[in-house]
Design a protein around this ligand. Sequence first.
Ligand code: CP3
Length: 350
Amino acid sequence: MPSTLPLADRSAYLLAARGERPPHTPVWFMRQAGRALPEYRAVREGISMLESCLRPELVVEITLQPVRRYGVDAAIFYSDIVLPLKAAGFDIEIKPGVGPVVADPIRDAAGVATVRPVTPADVTFTTESVQQLVTELAGTPLIGFAGAPFTVASYLVEGGPSKDYAKTKAMMHGNPELWHALADRLADVAIAYLSVQVEAGASAIQLFDSWAGGLSPRDYERFVLPHSAKVLDAMKAYDVPRVHFGVNTGELLGLMSAAGADVVGVDWRVPLDEAVRRITAAGGAPKPVQGNLDPALLFAGWDAIEPELDRILEEGKAAPGHIFNLGHGVPPNADPDVLTRVVKYVQSKK
Ligand code: CP3
C-alpha cells in the first residue's frame, strides 16, 4: 500500500533523523547557502545580509540555490541567528567577513530589557518565505533553525564575535541573575522563531549553539543547559526532529544530548562512533548523529577526501541514524564542484 505520509516525511533526511535507515545516507551542509556559490553572490549584490533575509523572494531563491546545485537531501532556511532580534527592533547588524555586531552591548538589566519577545507579527516575512519554500521544495524537507541562548548572548554581551567569551563568562559568574534573565529571554526568542518556522511547514529544527564549546561542562550545565532545554522541550510539542549542534563540543556531547536533542550534531574533532559512546554514556539510548567532515578537507583533493568519506560513513553506522554533513559550515572559498561530488558519493552509499 502506498504510504500516506507527506513526501518530506519519507525523505532520507527525516528517516535518518528519526533513527531509521533510509536507502541512502542523507547529506546536506551547514551554510550551504552562501558565498561559495556564484549564484548567491549575484543575487546578494548590493543588498546587506539582514536586508536579504527580510525579502521572501530572495530568501526562497537563496534557500533553493544549494538544493538545485548540489542535490542535497535537505534545505536549510536562509536567515541568521540574529534575525529575530533584528525583527523585534534590536539594534544589530551583520558585518561582512566579521559576523553579528552590536552597537550597545548588553551589560546590565536595562540592556537585558531591550531584548523583547518576538511575535509572529514581527516575522510575517518568515512565515511567507517558509510557506512558499515548502511548496517549491516538494518532497525535500526544510530545516528551520535558531541560535541557542548562549551563542546569541555571546554576540549581545561581547558586542561582536569573540575568541574567549570573557565578558559573557564574567556576567555568568559575576551576576548569575542577570545572565539567567538574558538567557531566558533569548530562549523565548528562539522558541517563538522556531515555532513560526514549524507552523509554516518546516520539517525539522536545528538549534545552533555554535560557540558552546568555549565552556567547561560544569559551566555549560549550570548556565546554559537549562535555557537550551527550555527551547528543545517547548519544541517537543511539534513532533519534528530537534537537532542540536555546536563546534568544539566533544566534552559536551552528553550534556547537549541530554538538553533534549533527537539528533546530535558533531564537529570533526570526535569520530561519530565515539560521539555515540559519549551520548549513550550520558544516559539513555543511542541517538542519530549528524556530521562530520572537516571543512578543511574540501581543499585537500579528491584522493584525500574519498577515504575520509568512507571512514565517516563507516563510523556513522554506530548510530541509529546518520545525516552526513561537514563538522561546521561551508567555507566561503570552497569549490562548489567538490561539494557536488561529496553529495553524489555519499548518496551512492547506504
Ligand atoms: O545555508 C545555511 O546554513 C543557512 C543560513 C545560515 C546563515 N547563518 C546565513 C549566513 C545559518 C544557519 C546561519 C546561522 C548562524 N549565523 C550561526 C550558526 C551556524 C554556524 O555557522 O555555527 C552563527 C554563529 C551565525 C552568525 C553569523 N552570521 C556569522 C558568524 C556570519 C559570518 C560573517 C561573514 O561574513 O563571514 C554570519 C553572516 C552570514 N549568515 C552569512 C550567511 C550566508 C554570510 C553573509 C554574506 O554572505 O554576506
